[in-house]
Design a protein around this ligand. Sequence first.
Ligand code: BGC
Ligand code: NOJ
Length: 814
Amino acid sequence: MKFGYFDDNTREYVITQPDTPMPWINYLGSEAYFGLISNTAGGYSFYKDARLRRLTRYRYNNSPLDMGGRYLYIRDNKSGKYWSPSWMPTRAKLDEYECRHGQGYTVITSKLNGIKSSTRYFVPLGESLEIWQVTLTNESGSDSDLSLFSAIEFCLWDANDDATNFQRNYSIGQMEIVDDVIYHKTEYRERRDHFAYFACSEKLAGYDTIREDFLGKYRGWNEPQVVESGKSSNTEAHGWQPIGSHNVSVSLKAGESKQITFILGYVENAKDDKFDPPGSQVINKKKAKAALGKYLQQANADKAFAELRDYWTMLLGKLQVTTPDEHTNRMVNIWNAYQCMVTFNMSRSASYFESGIGRGMGFRDSNQDLLGFVHMIPERAKERILDIAATQLKNGGAFHQYQPLTKRGNNDVGSGFNDDPAWLVLGVAAYIKESGDWSILDERVTYENEEGSEAPLYEHLQKSIQYTLDRLGPNQLPLIGRADWNDCLNLNCFSDTPGQSFQTTTNKEGKVAESVFIAGLFVLACSEMVDIAKHHGDKAEVEKVTKASADMEKIVWKAGWDGDWFRRAYDDFGHVLGSKENTEGRIFIEPQGICIMAGLGVENGNAVKALDSVNEHLATPHGIVLQQPAFSQYYLHLGEISSYPPGYKENAGIFCHTNPWIMIAEAIVGRGDKAFDYYKRINPSAREEIGELHRCEPYVYAQMIAGKDAATHGEAKNSWLTGTAAWNYVAITQSILGVQPMFDGLQVKPVVPSDWKSFEVTRSFRGVRYEISVVREGTGNSVALTVDGKSIEGTIIPLPDKNTKTVKVKAVIK
Ligand code: BGC
Ligand code: NOJ
């Protein structure tokens, strides 16, 4: 069953009933001010950091689901009836309902009793505010007398404190209400230099800022007393729960329409310019007033919206494909690219599954996210790389996470995830391949954000490689530390105490447990490092890394190969994991993917063997599970992976992030049908028809789909913020369609399904537009390229001269 449809022309997903299996969300904002918004207007907003600068409150894990949002209520003053045009929170049955999620905006349209309402929510580019443009139309046939109420609940900035420290928080709320604008200034009197404002384009009939006055005692957002009575209380919050609600009277003649704009914004003032007049306790509102002066005017808001649309047309236009498969087309052209931008902005911090409090920007996560957006905004990828690298430890290790607001490594989570540093090499390589900007290697970057510790980024990469070499175990495989890519394979944790963090508890010295995954990742990183070092003219490094990589390969064949697949790890007792010797956890997906991506086994046939084993033991119709057999009980020596019930998350769930590695590996061994088959299994658009089972949004990837051991096999969870987005984008565009940036040019080397007769790709690469058309003449994978009418050797198109704007490429698959 479907709950909506794709409108590919407008690049929107259109939800046609409000009670989707789960809230289906979207994101507002692209640089500093962000919001999450569900199909029923739930969600919240924040400035840069979902934990430290939360503007509005949201109640996770609540019942009913999805409480807190950008709410509106329409009251028919003749009958006293009221409803929410976004269905939530009143849940009054609507005659018509539609939610359109687009790139950076959402439009919710509905109709009840002949009153049509359409609200467009978006954040203008470059601004720290969100606009709600509401259009009310009277289609009832008779004149109407309506009141429109807005409602948000302010968060007292630090979302964690806001949800826990009530003894203080109930006493600190402060507001100003001036000229019908509601200002939220909690803590502004002391150390904060920022506030929020909530305004409306219309003269108000009243307002509310005290939650209890608005809702009434012991009442919920579904039945606010003020909306029921039609009369605002016009009271000012002191402590307790500050909210913002405007009350606007709207009389519409039959057929008449009116647009009303609401703006929620955020302002920072200079420390010495906080108050106006200086010395008073009154906030300086200059910036807020200027923003309101501009955007409360409909024409300016419309213009800002048009600019947002153009911006996305430009970004998505960097890579467009036309293939025989519509799911591929819409995911690559629209949704997958969009999701990559969202994961770039959010890392794993704020979604409907990530509270915005728990996690900052992940070191390994951000480096992988980069792979999916670097072609759209290379300059911001560069900035991100430098921010990440600046948190690197002096020993080459990494803070596992950093806070986006402060850009500092997060001490609570700390370091010791031994795969982290290698991802930096892959991130930097991807940036250089895309941009050709080798100068990034010379950028001077701190270690641990310590002033004075600056060193060229190139040195950071060297240290990343050395980090692994300094930490080899009894088999000469890399020591795993707290975990490798699989955060739940905690071989040094040995936690028997409830509530202890699996990620930060280590009860073992860590000198024994080893990771085959890191070995594969290391070989992959080395191949990039060798090219980087060559270009850098650093022969010694080339030699060193080449040898280290070759040695590691030997070790993998000696200690990491199990006969039919790659092993996973050695535990703290030196026992193998991911081997025929095990009864549970005999085969894992990650080492098969990463080792083959690193080139291991491609020549000796072991790669094909490993992939056949994946197909035999791990593949399901809903995707490839992480390992088999699932762990049936908690194993002290394995950690969090065995904490999950079988079939969920890392314990044999379909951990979608890893599936594209297998797609890439299948493409590497030349099996396009298989690669694409796996691609289709987890492609959300291709799963739209099974919405009742899949349950998450059909327009974005989820981190996990329940595996075959689970009661709910096929059910997705943790949508939006997952490395799945970037890796699927890479797998389909670079490996299957085969258009891949290389250090010295764009490569065209498709490995597509055998029944594809042709496809097209247009891609911007280093300022040049490549128009690539591919036709299949034979059944193999060899490609003959003609570039601007001339046939060339090999599959990499040499870089054209400076003035070239467009390059036409014809590829024939033979
Ligand atoms: C999850 C992992 C995640 C980790 C991060 C675990 O509970 O299962 O997927 O990477 O938390 O802290
Ligand atoms: C999610 C984390 O964000 C990511 O860093 C990790 O690799 C996977 N889970 C697997 O545990």
